[in-house]
Write a protein that binds this ligand. Structure first.
Ligand code: HEC
Ligand code: HEC
Length: 310
């Protein structure tokens, strides 16, 4: 902005605001009355207004980016990355059903869930190898490569190598997502936490709260832009104690947030609301609570527990 245009702006602002031209200012270089301090003030005001407007326009995004990073966890990142990389094209949505393969060993690509994957993988290293190398075991045994004069590969669909597509924490995140979705790491079913997992599956909680309560699915209009998870930073903000946990589930909201005007503003605008499961019994809540504690102890269900649980 050059001097004359900024003078024009200052003048325009003054006349809009109805500010009279000051009398008796110091004469400046070109002899006119000097409004240097006012002009500078007007310019600062303009910049401030521009910055404020930009800040207000960008703030939901800034807030959401901040919260997104703060509440991030390996399972949440891994599931999102698996979508981007096309893993679910062959393994089914969230690894639920593999596509058919007339020549495949089991006539289909293995689903991640349902026990089939246990035939292939026992450790993190096995999962890494599949993701990095693809269908390497068959390649090693010569089954999947057409050798000159040999049999062509029977399977139509082969697991690709993703080595060149990965960066940062991708490999660990994908591994975490696979372990949770396949049930490779899950609480024993005869424990409260195991029953909590079953109940969460039965009632479809994960459809909103993400696999194993990893959170992060979109919620337009909400403060953070996504549905919270059941462990980590989101959970600690939203659930201070067992009473709040139970109240969230049975009432769909808690008094602490209902009393906060900023929270209620966003809670009324968010498109997806927590349903109120009014008829849940104490036993349901005990088990769901035990499961959320188990998630906390196992980093979201990706680590085996070190010792006997309390
Ligand atoms: C083009 C289809 C296809 C895509 C895309 C694909 N896979 Fe696979 N995947 C397979 C096939 C086929 C197998 C069975 C491999 C074999 O028998 O050698 C497999 C096996 C696996 C296994 C071994 C355990 C199991 O479920 O049997 C893992 C782990 C795996 N895939 C992870 C992934 C991940 C992670 C991605 C995305 C980064 C991915 N896959 C993308 C076809 C695919
Ligand atoms: C239709 C989507 C939906 C379903 C299904 C759902 N929730 Fe929620 N839940 C939400 C949303 C959205 C919030 C955040 C509410 C808010 O900010 O007002 C929430 C919040 C919560 C909270 C407190 C915040 C946190 O960090 O999780 C708990 C605990 C909770 N839900 C448990 C459950 C349980 C248990 C089930 C299954 C019985 C369940 N939810 C099913 C959408 C859902």
């Amino acid at each position: 902005m050059n001097a004359s245009s900024s003078r024009w702006h200052a003048g325009a602002i003054r006349s809009r605001l109805g500010v009279p031209r000051a009398k008796g200012g110091r004469p400046d270089a070109d002899g006119k009355e000097s409004f240097l301090s006012r002009r500078r003030f007007a310019r600062i005001l303009l910049v401030a207004i521009a910055l404020l407007t930009a800040g207000l326009l960008a703030s939901p995004r800034i807030i959401q980016a901040y919260w997104g990073r703060r509440a991030s966890n390996p399972v949440r990142r891994g599931v999102a990355r698996a979508r981007q990389l096309g893993c679910f094209s062959c393994h089914g949505n969230l690894g639920s059903t593999g596509i058919k393969d007339p020549g495949g060993e089991n006539l289909e690509v293995p689903a991640w869930s349902g026990g089939m994957s246990m035939m292939y993988v026992e450790s993190d290293a096995d999962i890494h190898r599949f993701i990095l190398e693809g269908s390497i075991p068959k390649v090693e045994s010569g089954e999947a490569v057409a050798t000159p004069g040999g049999e062509p590969p029977k399977a139509a669909v082969a697991m690709p190598s993703f080595k060149s597509e990965l960066s940062g924490s991708d490999l660990e995140d994908l591994t975490a997502a696979f372990k949770v979705l396949s049930g490779m790491v899950a609480p024993p079913s005869d424990t409260p936490e195991g029953r909590g997992l079953d109940r969460a599956r039965t009632w479809g909680c994960f459809a909103c709260h993400g696999p194993a309560g990893s959170g992060g699915l979109p919620n337009p209009g909400s403060f953070t832009g996504f549905i919270p998870g059941w462990h980590g930073a989101d959970f600690q903000d939203m659930v201070r104690d067992r009473t709040e946990f139970d109240t969230w589930i049975t009432k769909g909201s808690i008094p602490r947030l209902a009393a906060n005007p900023v929270a209620t503003h966003f809670m009324s605008r968010q498109r997806i609301k927590m349903p109120a499961y009014r008829n849940f019994a104490k036993a349901d809540l005990d088990d769901l609570w035990a499961y959320s504690r188990w998630l906390d102890r196992t980093g979201g269900g990706i680590r085996k527990e070190a010792g006997p649980h309390p």
